[in-house]
Design a protein around this ligand. Structure first.
Ligand code: FES
Length: 321
């Protein structure tokens, strides 16, 4: 174990649904784990060398365990399959300390929490934190069916149950979800946090914007990005500031891939513009941002970018490498 990682043991693994497994991690040495706040995730170093991010779903007041929910994703590039097939009770894993890019807005006086599918994991932790603090909140959880709904028992517990509404999309007998009604009009102090697949988040946020919700009260975290689409990509050049070396980026390779072929490694994890691991400073040129990690303001400054998915609008980018 190095200084940046912690060694944990899988104390329990169970099936939440046919596709979602629940993992309870404890410190391998039995000590307390680093504290976290709702919305946090950890990097999990998987068998085979993959690193994937998973949100913590348990109560942030707990110090002895981290609880994850992992969807077996048919489109997985190996991460979710490794968690399901190669990680078992008793397995020892390296993880990072918790990081939080999706914290509850401190200035909010009440919260609306929306979860789509596996996006429930950080939202469940938020619900627990808000319930413990007696802060008003409502949670809308959209899944295909009751059988596809993870953490049902915990959401049905007396403390959370009055705050939670389920919507099952495959229930033909139930009315379609009236999202505008579920969101309601924006009001001072009310913040929206949403997590799930990209299409779900886009739908919730665009509906909220149509209803007049201000941008500052909308918060989201993508469960996973989409595979990097290079079909319309152009070619350009990257200059390495420390050496002056120039590397051509062909239209069918990401910057990370092209630099790796040239012997320059940039550390990556998600490779989809979600996690921020590959964040790199830009010294000159104008990046074409394609990530979901930086805020609009951060992207507009053009002084950093995510080279696993982003490209260049200028013929050359000079990187602080
Ligand atoms: S590796 Fe995750 S954002 Fe680039």
């Amino acid at each position: 174990m190095n200084a940046a990682t912690l060694q944990v043991r899988v104390a329990h693994k169970s099936a939440e649904t046919p596709d979602i497994s629940r993992f309870e991690l404890v410190a391998a040495g039995g000590q307390a784990l680093p504290a976290f706040t709702a919305g946090a995730h950890i990097d999990v170093h998987l068998p085979g060398g993959l690193v994937r991010q998973y949100s913590l779903s348990n109560d942030p007041r707990e110090t002895q365990r981290y609880v994850l929910g992992v969807l077996r994703d048919a489109a997985s590039r190996g991460g979710s399959q490794a968690m399901h097939d190669a990680v078992h009770e008793g397995s020892v894993l390296q993880i990072s300390a918790p990081k939080n890019h999706f914290a509850l807005a401190e200035q909010a006086t009440e919260h609306l929490l929306f979860a789509g599918g596996i996006g429930i994991t950080p939202i469940l932790s938020m619900a627990r934190q808000l319930q413990a603090a007696a802060t008003p909140f409502r949670l809308l959880y959209c899944t295909r069916s009751e059988a596809a709904t993870a953490f049902r028992a915990e959401l049905a517990a007396t403390a959370l149950q009055p705050h939670v509404t389920h919507h099952f999309s495959s229930n033909a007998a139930a009315p379609a979800l009236d999202l505008a009604a579920a969101l309601g009009a924006p009001r001072e102090g009310l913040h929206l946090s949403v997590c799930g697949p990209k299409g779900f988040i886009d739908w919730v946020l665009s509906t909220a914007r149509t209803l007049g919700w201000p941008e500052a009260r909308l918060h989201c975290e993508f469960f996973a990005g989409e595979a990097v689409d290079l079909s319309a990509a152009g070619s350009f050049q990257v200059k390495i500031a420390s050496s002056g070396r120039c590397i051509s980026i062909p239209r069918d390779q990401t910057i990370v891939q092209a630099l790796a072929l040239g012997g320059i490694e940039i550390q990556t994890s998600c490779e989809q513009g979600v996690c921020g691991t590959c964040l790199t400073r830009v010294l000159a040129g104008r990046p074409e941002h394609k990530d979901m990690y930086l805020t609009e303001d951060e992207q507009a400054r053009n002084d950093q970018f995510l080279p696993c998915c982003s490209r260049s609008l200028s013929p050359e980018l000079v990187l602080d490498l």
